[in-house]
Write a protein that binds this ligand. Structure first.
Ligand SMILES: NC(=O)c1ccc[n+]([C@@H]2O[C@H](COP(=O)([O-])OP(=O)(O)OC[C@H]3O[C@@H](n4cnc5c(N)ncnc54)[C@H](OP(=O)(O)O)[C@@H]3O)[C@@H](O)[C@H]2O)c1
Length: 270
């Protein structure tokens, strides 16, 4: 595969994580970044502050949208004016939580523009993202391969067959790192209430989450088996799980939280 040319629009938290992962890889792409405040480019990537500064003769294989969804239309329109017909040779790859393939293709002025939508999460910034990916019908096999390879450099890629599935991805892995961070906060607070030093409670909570995550990642056992393995009958864990697993507690709460995330994702699409 020849070295791909990528144009990254927005290099904040998510765009920055992607750019770093790509430039740290064995075969870095040719990367052009549009960002108004990025100070230092990863590797030998080039930074531009305004669309008009980007060389107008570039032919990017992928144009990556990593700005807030509200900025997308303005950016695509300005890029279309700047690159003209050359933009038609590129696929759009969006990491935005909102804006459908049809909306993005429409913004590009060509309903047949190939669009790849991905839903990464913040662990992508440490190379451990969980990434949902959907291809519009116009995406070629080469573009699919390139997108899977690039996103695979910052995490595990899962292809979903329907665009609507990306909303479920938001609920299961997109928003949920925050639930785990909340769990860390709550366990730390509980530890303090039970008399531990704050530094001790914090260390225990964070290390536990890392260790449990590593077991889920490294071992083949399913989560139910891992849970049962640490639950002795009538033991301390069984007592705690009796509270958490009551239908009105965690099962209901997680379901409600996920439904809210999906509802908000739908709202943001409009
Ligand atoms: N952060 C996450 O965990 C996460 C996870 C999954 C998906 N996403 C998606 O990723 C997208 C980006 O999120 P983010 O958290 O990375 O946002 P962010 O940190 O605000 O990054 C966007 C960057 O683009 C720059 N930018 C925006 N408009 C520009 C323009 N017209 N010209 C030049 N630079 C411009 C911003 O500069 P200014 O700050 O000056 O505007 C900022 O540096 C969102 O659509 C979000 O849905 C994020």
């Amino acid at each position: 595969m020849k070295t791909p040319t990528l144009l990254l629009l927005g290099c904040g938290k998510m765009g920055g994580a992607l750019a770093q992962g790509w430039m740290d890889s064995q075969h870095p792409p040719q990367l052009l970044i549009l960002d108004r405040k990025l100070q230092k480019a990863p590797g030998n990537a080039l930074i531009y502050r305004k669309i008009q500064e980007i060389p107008s003769d570039i032919k990017p294989d992928l144009i990556i949208l990593a700005v807030k969804p509200a900025m997308a239309e303005e950016m695509i329109t300005a890029l279309k004016t700047h690159l003209g017909d050359k933009m038609a040779q590129s696929a759009l790859l969006s990491v935005m939580a909102a804006k459908s393939c049809a909306q993005l293709a429409h913004m590009s002025g060509n309903e047949a523009t190939p669009v790849i939508r991905t839903m990464p999460n913040t662990p992508a910034s440490v190379g451990a993202g969980a990434i949902g990916m959907y291809f519009s019908p116009h995406v070629t096999e080469d573009q699919k391969l390139l997108a899977k390879k690039l996103m695979g450099q910052v995490g595990e890629v899962v292809i979903v067959p329907h665009e609507d599935d990306l909303r479920s991805v938001i609920a299961v892995s997109g928003s949920s790192p925050a639930y785990v961070f909340l769990l860390a906060e709550l366990l730390e607070r509980t530890g303090i209430e039970l008399g531990l030093e704050q530094t001790v409670a914090r260390k225990l909570a964070r290390t536990m989450i890392y260790g449990a995550g590593k077991m889920l990642h490294d071992l083949d056992d399913d989560a139910t088996t891992l849970r049962e393995n640490v639950t002795s009958p009538n033991g301390t864990t069984a007592a705690a799980l009796h509270v958490l697993m009551d239908e009105k507690n965690w099962p209901r709460t997680i379901r409600l939280a996920s439904q809210e995330a999906v509802r908000r994702a739908k709202e943001l699409d409009h």
